[in-house]
Each structure stands twice: as structure tokens, then as C-alpha cells.
Design a protein around this ligand. Structure first.
Ligand SMILES: C[C@@](CO)(OP(=O)(O)O)[C@H](O)COP(=O)(O)OP(=O)(O)OC[C@H]1O[C@@H](n2ccc(N)nc2=O)[C@H](O)[C@@H]1O
Ligand SMILES: Nc1ncnc2c1ncn2[C@@H]1O[C@H](COP(=O)(O)OP(=O)(O)O)[C@@H](O)[C@H]1O
Length: 349
């Protein structure tokens, strides 16, 4: 029997980069949010006398060996369990490579979840998070899903109360951005700006406070503590939808008021000026259907906008499509995926 798992993506609602650490990583503070856009990872596994791993994909740029994040986590998981097994992994890619949407990282988390189900084992939560962190800074968030605070090098994850599903437009440019290169470019910029480790730490703290402030404003906090799917008697779907939109809108506007931004824009936009223009189009300030929030995701190259409704996201899609002239740029309509839905919809059947 094979196990098919939806391998969802993430965006970063703000990201502050701190000092380079002795281990070559950078301290960072970010708010991850999972999206409904996904790849599909299928794992078949059975215990055997010796371990044999095969990996296939529909995408030519996905590595099919020990460089693949899914391969790495399967090896580590079997080692941790002390089990030999024949394992086949299929990665059906829909998400961009080098898109800043954590696609490769999510593939690893999905492979771990599917492998455990195939072998009928479940590692303790702490061990799963350790395995995930050993594969990549962005992997642990996908073992939580929903809105997740990322600290440390991004691998220390704290689940946050979710905001309701929110309409999202993703733009995938025709270029990819290398994450290590983007961090190197940030170091050059920070050195030129005279940023010291203490100043960088202060910036991380400021962003953490901004996220915390979403909960600290009495009565105005938009983040939903009780995302109950039950309808109140007498409420129409429109009323329910309207309430959901208001809550998401309040959350995002509170975030915008804190001045949250993605540091990577400062190095990625000068290198790829068309991405700055795409963000402007996603924002659509002073036009029909402006975004509640728009930004580069992670180190890019994908950008996203969040909107009051699906209809407004579609208007924004037309705005972007009619202005972008470069070939190969894709626009994808989706929505944010709260934690409960992330787990309910994960097993693809
Ligand atoms: C930047 C972020 C933000 O969410 O996302 P993406 O844009 O890649 O999606 C992540 O931190 C990416 O996480 P991930 O893709 O797992 O990176 P890793 O494999 O851990 O690290 C790849 C390389 O990036 C650099 N790196 C990564 C994370 C970090 N906090 N500091 C770093 O300096 C290091 O050079 C490292 O060798
Ligand atoms: N399962 C995977 N899917 C995609 N890329 C992978 C995978 N495993 C390793 N990689 C390598 O990781 C790099 C970028 O990974 P990806 O997660 O797509 O980008 P990002 O971190 O920007 O979201 C690619 O250059 C690719 O060679």
C-alpha cells in the first residue's frame, strides 16, 4: 500500500535577519503561514533485510539522490528507528523550485509523515522535530502547519493561533533565488550599513514584539483563538464568510501597522528589479482590490498578496497578468491554510 501526502507550501509574513552565527547560519525571526498550494509526495515502504531507497519525480530539477530533502529525512528516520526497509518515494511537483515557498522542505516533512504511516511507527514529537531541523531550517514548521513563529535559525517553531483562511495570490517569477546567496548578499549589505550584532539582535526582538503585540491589544487582536467551524444558528454563509474576512483583515492590518517587512527584499529587489514592480502590482494601492499585505516570500523569488475575498484576489490576478510582460511568469490563486485544515486535508487518498 502506498501513502499519498499533500506537501503544502509556506509564505513568510515578515522576516528579520540577525547576525551570522558561528555555524554559518543566521539568526532569524519570522512568521510562517502555510498555504493550500501543494506538491504530492507518495511513499511505499516495507521492512527488509537491507535498506534500499529509490526516488522519482515528474520535475527534471528535483535531485533524485542523497541531495534530496526527502531522501535525507527517510535515511535519518530509518537510522533513528534502527530499521532496514525498501522505500520508494515519488515527488509530484507543482510548487516552484527556489521559490521561497519551502517546497523542498515540505517534501521532507511529508516524506517523514508518510514513511511513519507506511511502517506503522510514530516517533516522539521531539525526535521528529530534531530530524526535521537536521534536514533544513524550514522543515520543522511543516510538522506544525498553520501560523507558526520561527526563531533560532528558523527551526525553532512555536504554533500560533490561526487566522481564518484568507485569499492569496502567488506570483512565481521566471527566475529562482538561491537561499545561501541571498543570505550572503544580506551580510554584504549589513556590513556596508554598519549593522552590528547588537543592532541586528534588537531588530529580531522588535519583530518578535510586533508578533506578540497581535495578542496584547485588548479587543483589537484579529487572531482567532477559537476557529470554530460550527455555524451559529440563524447565521447565513454570507454572515459567516463576512465575519471570517473581518477577522483575517484585522489580523493582517494589525501586522501591517507594526511595520513588519521581509529583510530579503532589500537584497533581492535590487538584484531583480522586476520583483519590486510585481510587489507593487500585488499591493495595488489606490486601485480596485488592494492587498491587505503583500511581500516577497522568504528569500524569493515568489511573491504573494493577501486579499479581502476570492473575488478581489482574482481582480489582483488580472492586474498582475495584464502588466507583466516577461515570459514564464505564473500567477496562482490559493488561500492560507490554518492548522486544523492542514492536518485534515494532508492525506491525499
Ligand atoms: C530563507 C528561508 C526563510 O523561511 O526560506 P526559503 O526562502 O529558502 O524558502 C529559510 O530560512 C531557509 O530554510 P532552508 O531552505 O531549510 O535552508 P537550510 O537548508 O537550513 O540552509 C541553506 C543555507 O541557507 C543559509 N541559511 C539558512 C537559514 C538560516 N537561518 N541562515 C542561513 O544562513 C545557510 O547558508 C545554509 O547553508
Ligand atoms: N524535494 C526537493 N524538491 C525541490 N528541490 C529540492 C528538493 N530537495 C533538494 N532540493 C534542492 O533544493 C533547492 C531549492 O529548494 P526549494 O525548497 O525548492 O527552494 P526554496 O527553499 O527557495 O523554497 C533546489 O536547488 C534543489 O536542488
Amino acid at each position: 500500500m502506498a501513502t499519498r501526502v499533500r506537501s503544502y507550501s509556506k509564505i513568510n509574513l515578515g522576516l528579520a535577519i540577525g547576525p551570522a552565527r558561528a555555524d554559518g547560519f543566521h539568526a532569524l525571526t519570522t512568521l510562517y503561514q502555510t498555504l493550500d498550494l501543494h506538491d504530492v509526495v507518495t511513499v511505499t515502504a516495507r521492512q527488509a533485510a537491507s535498506t534500499r531507497l529509490t526516488l522519482t519525480s515528474n520535475h527534471p530539477r528535483v535531485p533524485l539522490d542523497g541531495r534530496n530533502t526527502a531522501w535525507k529525512i527517510v535515511e535519518k528516520c530509518l537510522e533513528r528507528l534502527g530499521v532496514a526497509a525498501e522505500v520508494e518515494v515519488l515527488i509530484e511537483k507543482s510548487l516552484p523550485i527556489q521559490g521561497g515557498m519551502g517546497a523542498g522542505s515540505a517534501n521532507a516533512a511529508a516524506a517523514l509523515i508518510a514513511l511513519e504511516r507506511e511502517l506503522g511507527v510514530a516517533l516522539p514529537g521531539t525526535e521528529r522535530l530534531e530530524l526535521a531541523a537536521a534536514v533544513g531550517s524550514d522543515v520543522p514548521l511543516f510538522l506544525l502547519g498553520g501560523a507558526v513563529l520561527g526563531l533560532g535559525r528558523g527551526e525553532q517553531v512555536v504554533p500560533l493561533p490561526d487566522m481564518p483562511p484568507t485569499a492569496c495570490l502567488v506570483v512565481v517569477p521566471n527566475v529562482g533565488v538561491s537561499t545561501p546567496q541571498a543570505f550572503r548578499d544580506w551580510d554584504t549589505l549589513a556590513a556596508g550599513d554598519g549593522l552590528t550584532p547588537s543592532v541586528e539582535h534588537d531588530r529580531l526582538m522588535k519583530l518578535s514584539l510586533a508578533y506578540a503585540s497581535l495578542y496584547a491589544e485588548p479587543g483589537t487582536s484579529g487572531i482567532v483563538r477559537n476557529l470554530s467551524p460550527e455555524k451559529k444558528q440563524g447565521d447565513s454563509d454570507d454572515v459567516q464568510g463576512g465575519v471570517r474576512n473581518d477577522l483575517a483583515e484585522n489580523t493582517l492590518l494589525s501586522l501591517v501597522r507594526t511595520g513588519v517587512e521581509n529583510d530579503f527584499e532589500k537584497v533581492v529587489f535590487p538584484a531583480y528589479p522586476s520583483l519590486r514592480e510585481t510587489k507593487r502590482l500585488l499591493m495595488g494601492t489606490d486601485s480596485e482590490a488592494p492587498a491587505l499585505y503583500a511581500a516577497l516570500s522568504g528569500s524569493g523569488s515568489a511573491l504573494f498578496g493577501l486579499y479581502r475575498s476570492d473575488a478581489e484576489a482574482r481582480i489582483a490576478q488580472q492586474r498582475v497578468q495584464s502588466a507583466v510582460t516577461q515570459a514564464g511568469v505564473r500567477t496562482l490563486l490559493t488561500e492560507t491554510l490554518p492548522r486544523a485544515a492542514y492536518w485534515e486535508r494532508m492525506f491525499a487518498g
